[in-house]
Design a binder for this molecule. Structure first.
Ligand SMILES: [Zn+2]
Length: 167
Protein backbone atom coordinates (compact mmCIF):
# COMPACT_ATOMS: atom_id res chain seq x y z
CA UNK A 1 0.00 0.00 0.00
CA UNK A 2 1.05 3.53 -0.75
CA UNK A 3 2.15 5.51 2.29
CA UNK A 4 1.28 9.16 2.92
CA UNK A 5 3.80 11.76 4.01
CA UNK A 6 3.37 12.58 7.70
CA UNK A 7 6.25 14.96 8.36
CA UNK A 8 7.46 18.14 6.66
CA UNK A 9 10.57 17.51 4.50
CA UNK A 10 11.83 21.05 5.37
CA UNK A 11 11.46 21.18 9.17
CA UNK A 12 10.16 17.79 10.31
CA UNK A 13 6.92 19.29 11.62
CA UNK A 14 3.62 17.41 11.51
CA UNK A 15 1.67 17.73 8.25
CA UNK A 16 -2.05 18.38 8.06
CA UNK A 17 -4.43 18.44 5.12
CA UNK A 18 -6.01 21.78 4.26
CA UNK A 19 -7.83 23.27 1.26
CA UNK A 20 -5.27 25.26 -0.76
CA UNK A 21 -5.24 26.43 -4.40
CA UNK A 22 -8.44 24.59 -5.18
CA UNK A 23 -7.65 21.17 -3.70
CA UNK A 24 -6.79 19.42 -0.44
CA UNK A 25 -3.02 19.62 0.07
CA UNK A 26 -0.50 18.69 2.74
CA UNK A 27 0.55 21.68 4.83
CA UNK A 28 3.15 22.08 7.58
CA UNK A 29 1.77 23.75 10.70
CA UNK A 30 5.27 24.53 11.96
CA UNK A 31 6.93 26.32 9.01
CA UNK A 32 3.66 27.24 7.23
CA UNK A 33 4.73 25.70 3.91
CA UNK A 34 2.59 23.59 1.61
CA UNK A 35 4.07 20.25 0.54
CA UNK A 36 3.27 19.98 -3.16
CA UNK A 37 3.04 16.47 -4.55
CA UNK A 38 3.28 15.63 -8.26
CA UNK A 39 3.51 12.54 -10.46
CA UNK A 40 7.04 11.17 -10.58
CA UNK A 41 8.67 10.83 -14.03
CA UNK A 42 9.94 7.43 -15.14
CA UNK A 43 11.03 6.02 -18.50
CA UNK A 44 10.26 2.90 -20.53
CA UNK A 45 12.43 1.77 -23.46
CA UNK A 46 11.07 0.05 -26.57
CA UNK A 47 13.91 -1.87 -28.24
CA UNK A 48 13.38 -4.10 -31.29
CA UNK A 49 15.85 -6.59 -32.75
CA UNK A 50 16.43 -7.31 -36.45
CA UNK A 51 13.34 -9.53 -36.56
CA UNK A 52 11.17 -6.78 -35.00
CA UNK A 53 10.93 -8.71 -31.75
CA UNK A 54 10.41 -6.64 -28.57
CA UNK A 55 12.87 -6.60 -25.67
CA UNK A 56 11.32 -7.20 -22.24
CA UNK A 57 12.87 -7.66 -18.80
CA UNK A 58 11.65 -9.92 -16.02
CA UNK A 59 11.31 -7.94 -12.82
CA UNK A 60 13.57 -9.03 -9.98
CA UNK A 61 11.97 -6.70 -7.41
CA UNK A 62 8.54 -5.57 -6.29
CA UNK A 63 6.23 -4.26 -7.56
CA UNK A 64 5.25 -7.10 -9.92
CA UNK A 65 8.30 -9.23 -9.11
CA UNK A 66 8.59 -12.06 -11.65
CA UNK A 67 6.44 -10.30 -14.27
CA UNK A 68 7.71 -8.94 -17.61
CA UNK A 69 7.85 -5.27 -18.53
CA UNK A 70 9.78 -2.79 -20.66
CA UNK A 71 13.26 -1.82 -19.45
CA UNK A 72 13.12 1.50 -17.60
CA UNK A 73 13.00 3.27 -14.27
CA UNK A 74 12.90 6.58 -12.48
CA UNK A 75 14.56 9.68 -13.90
CA UNK A 76 17.34 10.91 -11.62
CA UNK A 77 17.59 14.58 -10.58
CA UNK A 78 20.64 15.35 -12.76
CA UNK A 79 19.68 13.64 -16.03
CA UNK A 80 17.32 14.25 -18.92
CA UNK A 81 14.51 11.72 -19.50
CA UNK A 82 16.19 10.39 -22.67
CA UNK A 83 19.47 9.94 -20.80
CA UNK A 84 17.60 8.18 -18.00
CA UNK A 85 16.00 5.80 -20.52
CA UNK A 86 19.38 4.93 -22.03
CA UNK A 87 20.97 4.48 -18.59
CA UNK A 88 18.21 2.16 -17.35
CA UNK A 89 18.38 0.16 -20.59
CA UNK A 90 22.10 -0.38 -20.13
CA UNK A 91 21.77 -1.24 -16.42
CA UNK A 92 18.96 -3.76 -16.92
CA UNK A 93 19.89 -5.34 -20.28
CA UNK A 94 23.55 -4.52 -21.00
CA UNK A 95 22.56 -2.83 -24.27
CA UNK A 96 23.81 0.61 -25.27
CA UNK A 97 21.35 2.54 -27.43
CA UNK A 98 20.37 5.85 -28.94
CA UNK A 99 16.90 7.40 -28.71
CA UNK A 100 15.09 7.19 -32.07
CA UNK A 101 11.87 8.96 -31.05
CA UNK A 102 9.38 9.64 -28.27
CA UNK A 103 6.51 7.12 -28.49
CA UNK A 104 4.11 8.41 -25.82
CA UNK A 105 3.82 9.96 -22.35
CA UNK A 106 1.41 8.00 -20.15
CA UNK A 107 -0.05 8.66 -16.68
CA UNK A 108 -0.36 5.70 -14.31
CA UNK A 109 -1.50 5.74 -10.67
CA UNK A 110 0.69 2.96 -9.26
CA UNK A 111 -0.62 1.30 -6.09
CA UNK A 112 3.03 0.81 -5.09
CA UNK A 113 4.77 4.07 -6.09
CA UNK A 114 1.84 6.49 -6.41
CA UNK A 115 1.10 8.62 -9.48
CA UNK A 116 3.72 8.30 -12.25
CA UNK A 117 4.40 9.85 -15.65
CA UNK A 118 5.86 7.14 -17.89
CA UNK A 119 7.87 8.46 -20.85
CA UNK A 120 8.19 5.81 -23.57
CA UNK A 121 11.09 6.03 -26.05
CA UNK A 122 11.95 3.92 -29.06
CA UNK A 123 15.67 3.19 -28.61
CA UNK A 124 17.91 1.73 -31.33
CA UNK A 125 20.56 -0.58 -29.83
CA UNK A 126 24.06 0.19 -31.07
CA UNK A 127 26.33 -1.76 -28.73
CA UNK A 128 26.66 -3.88 -25.63
CA UNK A 129 25.80 -7.53 -25.04
CA UNK A 130 22.32 -8.61 -23.95
CA UNK A 131 22.54 -9.69 -20.32
CA UNK A 132 20.07 -9.07 -17.49
CA UNK A 133 21.44 -6.86 -14.74
CA UNK A 134 20.58 -4.49 -11.88
CA UNK A 135 16.99 -5.24 -10.75
CA UNK A 136 16.14 -7.31 -13.87
CA UNK A 137 16.18 -11.10 -13.40
CA UNK A 138 16.03 -11.85 -17.15
CA UNK A 139 16.04 -10.00 -20.49
CA UNK A 140 14.65 -11.52 -23.69
CA UNK A 141 13.21 -10.59 -27.08
CA UNK A 142 9.61 -11.65 -27.78
CA UNK A 143 7.60 -11.79 -31.00
CA UNK A 144 4.62 -9.39 -30.91
CA UNK A 145 2.40 -12.44 -31.55
CA UNK A 146 3.74 -14.22 -28.44
CA UNK A 147 4.21 -11.47 -25.84
CA UNK A 148 3.84 -12.48 -22.19
CA UNK A 149 1.48 -10.49 -19.99
CA UNK A 150 3.07 -7.11 -19.25
CA UNK A 151 3.12 -5.86 -15.66
CA UNK A 152 2.03 -2.23 -16.04
CA UNK A 153 -0.88 -0.67 -17.96
CA UNK A 154 1.34 2.26 -19.00
CA UNK A 155 3.88 -0.13 -20.55
CA UNK A 156 1.09 -1.99 -22.37
CA UNK A 157 -0.20 1.33 -23.76
CA UNK A 158 3.29 2.16 -25.08
CA UNK A 159 3.71 -1.35 -26.53
CA UNK A 160 0.32 -1.10 -28.27
CA UNK A 161 1.46 2.08 -30.01
CA UNK A 162 4.50 0.36 -31.51
CA UNK A 163 2.77 -3.00 -32.09
CA UNK A 164 0.38 -1.38 -34.57
CA UNK A 165 3.41 -0.49 -36.67
CA UNK A 166 4.97 -3.96 -36.45
CA UNK A 167 2.13 -6.46 -36.97
ZN1 LIG B 1 7.76 22.46 7.96
Amino acid sequence: MRKEKRFCPLCGGNLEKIPLDGRIRLFCKECKNPVYENPVPATAAVVLNGEDHLLLVKRGMEPAKGAWCLPGGFVELDETPSHGAKRELQEETGLVGEVERLIDVVYEDSPFHGPLIIIGYHIIPCGGVLQAGDDAADAQYFSFTALPEVAFNSHQTIINKIARRNT
